[in-house]
Ligand binder design. Structure first.
Ligand SMILES: [Zn+2]
Ligand SMILES: [Zn+2]
Length: 152
């Protein structure tokens, strides 16, 4: 198999090892909240950490259960918007208008440093009790920087 060098706009698929660019599929851990002040609810993401990236939805699906198991978070799909979603861990209510931890399977089109989100599949949200503020919060890092710098 031919070896390609990774540059700033390339990614290596965690499942099939292919080097790709453009459309990126990833599983991300996000610290976010929903605003209902506008007509269309807006999700404010202050911290997003790309756990793994993939070349296709199929490759994402292949590792999704394993990645979530490694995070020790059960998959419990929600709409991710709210106003209230059940916690993936304890089933308790998560107030989506307050900052909370969310896991999402994402599909984005990378345009240089910009990521245009095509699709988001919320795999889990966690309540304060299961993931209190401060335990997982890190200072802001954007997804692109995290993905590119991930150790392959
Ligand atoms: Zn792949
Ligand atoms: Zn909980």
């Amino acid at each position: 198999m031919e070896t390609h060098e990774l540059d700033d706009e390339s990614y290596r698929c965690f499942t099939c090892n292919a080097v790709f660019r453009g459309r990126v599929f990833e599983i991300a851990r996000e610290w976010e909240r929903t605003h209902f002040s506008s007509t269309i609810p807006e999700v404010e993401i202050v911290d997003a950490y790309g756990l793994e990236c993939y070349c296709s939805q199929t490759c994402l699906d292949a590792r999704r259960d394993m990645v979530m198991a490694a995070e020790a978070v059960p998959i419990r799909r929600v709409d991710g918007i709210g106003p209230v979603n059940p916690c993936a861990n304890c089933g308790g209510p998560v107030d989506m208008t307050e900052f909370h931890l969310a896991y999402a399977g994402m599909c984005s089109d990378m345009r240089g440093a910009m990521a245009l989100t095509v699709d988001v599949d919320y795999l889990a949200v966690l309540c304060k009790k299961c993931h209190p503020y401060g335990r997982t919060y890190k200072t802001c890092t954007d997804i692109e920087a995290t993905v590119v710098n991930a150790p392959f």
